[in-house]
Design a protein around this ligand. Structure first.
Ligand SMILES: Cc1cc2nc3c(=O)[nH]c(=O)nc-3n(C[C@H](O)[C@H](O)[C@H](O)COP(=O)(O)O)c2cc1C
Length: 217
């Protein structure tokens, strides 16, 4: 059973955080999810998902996950005394999804301005898996340098870049495929039906893709 730490910052892509949280809550392998939204994260989540929630209001959990999931522990971004701020608190992996360029810079430079940055700092110092999902385009040289610096420190930079080899037809298809990649990095088991299994005739793959989507709908 895993304890997963999730930070949501103010980059575009709240739907990725929502999809991941739903998957973590549904997983029998996950015991606990420590969730923090930055102030900007709350704003973007509200804008992109049409919510009206405050950061420590459990309505945000209900809105994001679809119900008030007990395994989600919500921490205020200003609560630098929360459990996840200490290395003595055992957690298996952390993901910041989506990760703004501001938070990426703060994490790259060890500037723990809020609980998300501090928890990321703790994951690095404790040599635990830290996954960042940056979202920006185009990247400037500062963004790229910060990502390189973090990658060299062992942080996994997993940008929210959709793939198309599984014949996605909807935004949900794209988001779900990316969520499965994140679960792989977090070490959480799942049943992905769109793994690449080597080249097959295009007609066969398209037919399978359609069949799988038809089954899901
Ligand atoms: C609707 C909206 C979308 C945004 N999208 C991005 C984005 O994709 N990437 C990014 O780095 N910043 C984005 N920003 C700006 C960040 O929210 C801003 O830099 C903020 O200070 C980041 O703070 P945080 O890292 O503490 O969440 C966006 C802001 C808004 C309001």
């Amino acid at each position: 059973m895993k304890n997963i730490t999730v930070g949501i910052t103010g980059a575009s892509g709240s739907v990725y955080a929502q999809s991941l949280l739903k998957a973590l809550c549904a997983s029998p392998d996950v015991a606990r999810v420590d969730l923090t939204l930055s102030q900007a994260g709350i704003r973007v989540v509200n804008e992109e998902l049409g919510l009206n929630a405050a950061g420590t209001d459990r309505r945000v959990v209900k809105e994001l996950v679809g119900y008030d999931a007990e395994k989600v522990i919500l921490h205020a971004a200003a609560d630098i005394g929360a459990s996840i701020a200490s290395g003595s608190y055992l957690a298996d992996a952390m993901v910041v999804v989506p990760c703004s360029m501001g938070s990426l810079a703060a994490i790259a430079h060890g500037i723990s301005r809020d609980l998300i940055h501090r928890a990321a700092d703790v994951f690095m110092k404790e040599n635990r898996p830290l996954i960042l999902v940056p979202r920006e385009t185009p990247f400037n040289a500062i963004h790229l340098e910060n990502m390189l610096k973090l990658a060299r420190l062992g942080v996994r930079i997993v940008p929210a870049m959709p793939s198309f080899y599984h014949f996605p037809k909807t935004i949900d298809d794209l988001v779900e495929h990316f969520t499965h990649r994140l679960l792989d990095h977090l070490g959480v088991a799942h049943q992905q039906e769109t793994r690449w299994e080597g080249s097959r005739p295009k007609t066969e793959r398209m037919r399978d893709g359609k069949t799988e989507r038809a089954k899901a709908s």
